[in-house]
Design a protein around this ligand. Structure first.
Ligand code: ADP
Ligand code: MG
Length: 339
């Protein structure tokens, strides 16, 4: 090798980086859903084809993107959500890295159509294989539609790693359900291959839990509440007699973001073991809310992990709140008889 050093072209940089954020259609869908929520949408419509591999269309009624910003939205590290390190440390939006749309656009045919409240009409821009086509006028109400076709059509090495439509669809559904549980106040309408899958109006958390986790869980769960002056915990946990708990019915949200968090999971497990002496995999939906500066959300490009500044306090908060909720019902005896 006696080659001179050169900088890679932007499109290739984006394609390489896309691998970190968009491993499969479900990751692209998550990015689009988070953008819709960050835009203040109260309704999101999602239509998928072939597990999201063939086509993803997501429409929101959020505040839209100004015409002048439409092309910029597809650029890497272009974001309206933070400006400084201080903003990052206090970030409350789901996105902030400015990578979502750029990554998806690098590995698909992407069309972005949007209208803001003060624009006379919508504009649409398309990116195919890294080439941005000039924006054109379009018909669209207030908000944004993103269409993503043929994920990985231009990166065959990655395309090979996609699983069957059915498996990819299952991942997409998981991504949708996590987001839907995190925001029961937002309506979600979801179809796959033209078939309606969920029609979720804005509702209470308990109603949303019934729709997503199941009515049997809704009937067999206890409310959880906790506060230590700085951090707040709320949600629902399955009674010990609700034995159908599988790890896919465990939802932890930190400041609205679904995360896999060892601290919270450990606290839950400990309550069940130490207090109830049962080795169950409980089902639960827990919302942990902490001031933004108490938690680092920028641990991983997909933001599926967080780091707490004071993880012991979080552990104590979860442990005590669950302990209190579960010890109110001596479920081991009474409920097991009545069920
Ligand atoms: P990030 O979400 O990290 O800012 P993205 O690449 O996902 O990065 O989006 C880039 C920018 O495009 C966002 O900061 C936002 O201003 C705009 N944007 C993307 N999707 C939407 C949407 N659905 N509604 C309004 N604005 C959007
Ligand atoms: Mg984003």
């Amino acid at each position: 090798m006696n080659q001179r050093i050169h900088t890679l072209p932007d499109h290739l940089i984006n394609q390489i980086a896309a691998g970190e954020v968009v491993e499969r259609p479900a990751n692209a869908l998550k990015e689009l859903l988070e953008n819709a929520l960050d835009a203040g949408a109260t309704r999101v419509d999602i239509a998928l084809q072939q597990g999201g591999i063939k086509h993803i269309r997501l429409t929101d009624n959020g505040n839209g993107i100004a015409h002048e910003d439409l092309a910029l939205a597809l650029h890497r590290h272009a974001t309206s959500k933070i400006r400084s390190l201080q903003d990052l440390e206090n970030v409350s939006s789901m996105g902030f890295r400015g990578e979502g749309l750029a990554s998806i656009a690098a590995i698909s045919r992407l069309t972005l159509t949007s209208k803001t409240a003060d624009a006379p009409h919508a504009m649409s821009v398309t990116a195919i294989d890294g080439v941005l086509h000039a924006p054109t006028a379009a018909a669209h109400g207030l908000g944004t539609t993103v269409e993503v076709a043929d994920i990985y059509f231009n990166t065959p090495a990655r395309r090979k790693f996609l699983k069957s439509d059915q498996t990819e669809w299952a991942h997409c559904l998981t991504a949708i359900e996590r987001i839907a549980l995190s925001r029961p106040d937002v309506a979600f309408y979801i179809s796959h291959n033209q078939k309606t899958v969920h029609q979720l109006p804005a509702q209470t958390l308990l109603e949303r839990i019934g729709a997503i986790v199941g009515n049997d869980f809704q009937d067999a769960c206890l409310p959880v509440q906790g506060d230590n002056g700085l951090m707040h915990l709320s949600g629902f946990i399955g009674k010990p007699t609700y034995s159908k708990g599988k790890s896919d019915k465990q939802f932890v949200f930190v400041n609205g973001r679904f995360v896999r968090d060892k601290i919270v999971l450990h606290a839950v497990k400990q309550v069940y073991q130490d207090v109830l002496h049962v080795a169950l995999t409980p089902a639960f939906v827990l919302n942990v809310n902490v001031p933004a500066h108490e938690v680092d959300v920028n641990v991983h490009p997909t933001k599926s992990e967080v780091r707490f500044r004071d993880s012991q306090s979080v552990h104590r908060l979860v442990f005590h709140a669950l302990h209190q909720a579960l010890s109110k019902t001596d479920a081991r005896h009474t409920d097991s008889v009545s069920n």
